[in-house]
Design a protein around this ligand. Structure first.
Ligand SMILES: Nc1ncnc2c1ncn2[C@@H]1O[C@H](COP(=O)(O)OP(=O)(O)OP(=O)(O)O)[C@@H](O)[C@H]1O
Length: 248
C-alpha cells in the first residue's frame, strides 16, 4: 500500500483524540473522510503531515517510514479551508513559489506554471493579486501551489467548506480532473455526504478517534451510522407528500 497508518494514538492532556488509528490507501486514490465535529479528523491529518507528534504508531509513505521526518521533508502537503496565499505575490508567483524554492531553471518554472494556470482554468488571471480574486479562484491557486511541487500525498481539510454551492460543485469537478491529470493521492475531509461520495475512491467515517474505511460505497450508504439513510428518508418523504408539505 502507498500510505500505511498503523496504531496511531494521540492525547491532548486527558483527552484521547486519536484512538488506535489504522488504515491504508493505494497510490493515486482519494479517501473521503467524514465524521462529527471534534472527532479528531484534523488532528489525524496534522499527524500525517508531521505538524503534530503522535504518542505512538507508525506512518509509511511510498515504502518509507516518515515518523521522524520533518514536515518539509515528508512530501506531504496539508491544505485547509482558509488556506492563505502570499498576499504580496500575484497568482503566477504564488503558484511558482515551491518551484523557486527548489531552484528550478526559470524557463522550466514559466512553462510549468503556465500549464498549471491552464489546468486550473485561471487563464488571464496570472497577474492578479490574491485580494483581487474570488474565493473559488483563490482556492484554485492554493491547489496549484500545492500540486505543482508533485507531493506524494495531499491532505485536504474541508477544502471547499467556505464556497457557495455552485462554486463548490465546479471545484469538485475540477479537483476530479486534476486528481486524474496529476495522479494525486489524497485524504479529503468533508462534512458533506454527497461530496464524500463524489470525491472519494474510498470512503471512511471517523468516530471518537477511530477510522472505519468502507469496503465500497454501498457498504457506506447502508451503514445507519453514516446518516445517508436518514438523508434518503428525508428526500423520499418530501417526494411522497409534496403538496401536504407545501400547504402545511
Ligand atoms: N492543540 C490542541 N490542544 C488541545 N486540544 C486539542 C488540540 N487540537 C485539537 N484538540 C482537541 O481534539 C479534539 C479533536 O479536534 P480536531 O480538530 O481534530 O477535530 P475535527 O474532527 O477536525 O473537528 P471539525 O470537524 O470541527 O474540524 C477536539 O476536542 C479538540 O478540542
Amino acid at each position: 500500500m502507498f500510505l500505511e497508518v498503523q496504531n496511531i494514538l494521540k492525547s491532548f492532556h486527558a483527552e484521547q483524540v486519536v484512538k488506535d488509528l489504522n488504515f491504508s490507501l493505494d497510490a493515486h486514490k482519494t479517501l473521503s473522510i467524514l465524521g462529527k465535529s471534534g472527532c479528531g479528523k484534523t488532528t489525524m491529518l496534522k499527524i500525517i503531515a508531521g505538524l503534530e507528534k503522535p504518542d505512538a504508531g507508525n506512518i509509511t509513505l511510498n515504502g518509507e517510514n516518515i515518523d521522524e521526518k520533518s514536515p518539509e521533508k515528508r512530501s506531504v502537503v496539508y491544505l485547509y479551508q482558509e488556506d492563505l496565499l502570499f498576499p504580496h505575490l500575484n497568482v503566477f508567483e504564488n503558484i511558482a513559489f515551491g518551484l523557486r524554492l527548489k531552484k528550478l531553471p526559470k524557463d522550466e518554472i514559466k512553462t510549468k506554471v503556465e500549464e498549471m494556470i491552464d489546468s486550473l482554468e485561471l487563464n488571464g488571471q496570472a497577474n492578479k493579486m490574491p485580494h483581487q480574486l474570488s474565493g473559488g479562484q483563490r482556492q484554485r491557486v492554493s491547489f496549484g501551489r500545492a500540486i505543482i511541487t508533485n507531493p506524494s500525498l495531499l491532505l485536504l481539510d474541508e477544502p471547499f467548506g467556505s464556497l457557495d454551492a455552485g462554486t463548490r460543485q465546479r471545484m469538485q469537478v475540477l479537483f476530479k480532473k486534476l486528481a486524474s491529470q496529476f495522479s494525486i493521492t489524497s485524504l479529503f475531509i468533508t462534512h458533506d455526504l454527497k461530496e464524500a461520495i463524489l470525491m472519494g475512491d474510498k470512503i471512511a467515517f471517523m468516530r471518537s478517534g477511530c477510522l472505519k474505511v468502507y469496503k465500497d460505497k454501498n457498504e457506506f450508504i447502508n451503514d445507519p451510522d453514516t446518516g445517508v439513510q436518514q438523508e434518503i428518508g428525508f428526500w423520499e418523504g418530501l417526494i411522497a407528500s409534496p403538496l401536504k408539505k407545501v400547504s402545511g
